[in-house]
Design a binder for this molecule. Structure first.
Ligand SMILES: Nc1ncnc2c1ncn2[C@@H]1O[C@H](COP(=O)(O)OP(=O)(O)OP(=O)(O)O)[C@@H](O)[C@H]1O
Ligand SMILES: [Mg+2]
Length: 376
């Protein structure tokens, strides 16, 4: 019997920490939760809590009484909370992480709704059209939208057994392989659970999914600069990042935060460029007219100041949204102006990645120094 993460978290939410009086889920204490056949493993992150042993016992007892006596419960030591100053790089098992993947590209933004997912999906398709093998991971735990954009909302990835291990098979659509947090975390799931589920799902997508050989593995990140971003850079060595923004001042401030995150000491993922989305509006009946709804060249100026290339400017076009809503992204048809815009952007990105690889060392996966002290 295999229990869903939601079932397990529901049971664990009944257990209170005597120290704070709060339950384990409200405390965000459950980490690395993995459910297998008749086996559940997780860790409890409550540093220096004097009641840890009795909380562990309560977890085992409650799982036995609420789920099953037969399920084996393994509570692993918690990974210490990250102390940013003490993050160090390690290359120990790097070869084993996504061995067939050549380039991992994170698509990020600071602000939400600026078009990250639209750009990710169109870029993935456009890169595949050049003959490259492309994978796309939708890591947006708060609003996974890639399945809809590819018209595979109802798809469920198959699980196959390889050497006795459960392996997730990515969905294949429009020439790309794709997995989404949306397949595993449901919109009705409480926000507080999503973080724990997302971390565990992302690690599974990286370690236990059959991506095979890929030239480009794109990651559509959630907005902001939060835990998921840190999970991603710890889970795999991200080759490079692109940052999507609109020219609007508030979006630019957030884009800058995105830049700071990737450039932070010990993270150091090279940013190969900005992409300005919703750069202007052109009505279909007046194709020569450009209306700068969110301001003109905002990102271009920022790009110049930060010494980051501006890889492309994508206007607001009704067909981009419609195509996304219908599950047929515009990049599929290179004969349309928008299709061409994304295909040109993809070629530019492929060049920038090659330049990056020629000039810089491979990125290392971020690892937490085992001697780092708990910051919580
Ligand atoms: N250039 C564009 N022209 C017209 N509509 C666009 C354009 N780019 C994105 N959209 C639309 O804007 C909405 C938001 O885009 P999208 O979901 O790609 O943004 P996001 O940054 O991924 O958002 P979130 O932060 O919620 O993940 C979608 O409905 C999308 O179809
Ligand atoms: Mg999105």
């Amino acid at each position: 019997m295999k229990y869903s993460l939601e079932q397990i978290l529901t049971v664990l939410s009944e257990i209170k920490d005597p120290d704070s009086g709060k339950d384990l889920i409200s405390l965000n204490a459950i980490e690395s939760l993995v459910s297998e056949d008749n086996k559940i493993s997780f860790s409890i992150n409550l540093p220096k809590n004097p009641f840890l042993k009795s909380i562990e016992k309560a977890c085992i007892k409650t799982i036995a009484s609420k789920l099953s006596e037969d399920v084996k419960v393994e509570i692993k030591p918690a990974i210490k909370k990250i102390d940013f100053k003490k993050i160090s790089f390690g290359r120990t098992d790097e070869q084993k992480i996504l061995p067939g993947v050549k380039n991992i590209l994170a698509v990020a933004s600071g602000k939400g709704g600026v078009g990250k997912s639209t750009v990710s999906v169109n870029l993935a398709i456009a890169l595949a059209k050049t003959g490259a093998k492309v994978g796309l991971l939708d890591a947006d735990v708060y609003g996974p939208s890639i399945p809809k954009m590819l018209g595979v909302e109802d798809a469920r990835p198959e699980i196959k057994k390889i050497n006795g291990k459960d392996i997730i098979v990515p969905i294949e659509k429009q020439g790309i392989k794709m997995l989404s947090i949306g397949f595993f975390v449901k919109p009705e799931d409480a926000l507080i659970w999503r973080g724990a589920m997302a971390t565990s799902a992302i690690n599974q997508f990286v370690k236990d999914a059959d991506w095979g050989e890929l030239d480009y593995f794109l990651i559509d990140l959630p907005p902001g600069t939060g835990d998921i971003h840190l999970t991603i850079v710890q889970a795999m060595p991200v080759t490079a990042a692109v940052i999507v923004s609109t020219p609007q001042q508030v979006a630019l401030a957030d884009a800058l935060r995105g830049v700071s995150m990737f450039r932070a000491e010990k993270i150091e993922v090279p940013i190969i460029g900005f992409i300005e989305n919703m750069a202007w509006f052109t009505p279909e009946e007046l194709p020569e007219n450009k209306y700068y709804i969110f301001g003109k060249d905002g990102l271009k100026d920022l790009a110049f100041r930060m010494d980051i290339p501006l890889l492309g400017q994508i206007p607001i076009v009704q067909s981009i949204r419609e195509a996304g809503d219908e599950g047929k992204p515009v990049s599929l048809d290179e004969t349309t102006p928008m299709g061409k815009a994304f295909n040109d952007l993809a070629k530019e990105i492929a060049i920038k990645i090659e330049e990056r690889n020629a000039n810089l060392d491979p990125t290392k996966k971020v690892e937490i120094d085992p001697d780092a002290s708990c910051s919580a």
